[in-house]
Design a protein around this ligand. Structure first.
Ligand SMILES: [Zn+2]
Length: 123
């Protein structure tokens, strides 16, 4: 007596030949088809895993590149801000220079206008 190898059958049977593992040819075929299906699923799963790994790799590369780009842009912006500040420092006139320019143009500096307003208020 033997038990049929096809797990969905599992019946005991009298084997005709000593190497017989299935109760009938139908169950032998079913078992082989099932094995093939399992192998196919396994192969597909492995392919999917490889695709996922590749995808994760691509996403990681994209993120790294974005971070690098962002860093480069920040460095650039910082350099531009420093340049702008340097230019502004160059352009900044001393109070004396401002007064001189205002005098030449017949204008008053803000400070002089303020003093004048205060004087007007007093009268
Ligand atoms: Zn069977």
């Amino acid at each position: 007596m033997k038990t049929c190898k096809w797990e969905r059958c599992n019946k005991t049977f009298y084997e005709v030949k000593p190497w017989q593992e299935f109760c009938c040819t139908r169950h032998q075929q079913d078992w082989h088809l099932h094995q093939r299906r399992l192998a196919r699923q396994d192969r597909r799963y492995r392919q999917q895993c490889t695709l996922n790994d590749n995808h994760i790799g691509e996403v990681r590369e994209a993120i790294t590149s974005l971070i690098e780009q962002g860093r480069a842009k920040m460095e650039q912006a910082k350099a531009q801000a420093e340049q702008a500040k340097a230019k502004m420092d160059q352009c900044r006139l001393s109070e004396e220079q401002q007064r001189e320019i205002a005098r030449r143009m017949g204008l008053q500096t803000t400070n002089e206008v303020r003093t004048e307003k205060k004087m007007i208020r007093r009268f």
